[in-house]
Design a protein around this ligand. Sequence first.
Ligand SMILES: C[C@H](O)[C@H](O)[C@H]1CNC2=NC(N)=NC(=O)C2=N1
Length: 76
Amino acid sequence: MNWNKETEKITKEFTFKNFKEALAFVNQVGDLAENMDHHPDILLHSYKKVTISLTSHSDGKVTEKDHQLASKIDEI
Ligand SMILES: C[C@H](O)[C@H](O)[C@H]1CNC2=NC(N)=NC(=O)C2=N1
């Protein structure tokens, strides 16, 4: 299997005190995504880190929707 070329996206890593706080953050991001009908890729890793990646799949690139959701996530 070939390696996939990364499509255009914006990514940010968040670090929390523990797994429980990281998971709570993931759920809050999920609520925002559902409200916007715009969904990130979410990776909860190293037990207390969350990496969020945003791209607009229907456009195949980063759009204003991604920046809007990123701003809302930063306000959590
Ligand atoms: C039908 C539904 O509105 C679409 O599939 C939405 C869902 N969430 C989405 N999220 C993202 N990141 N990109 C999209 O193109 C997208 N499309």
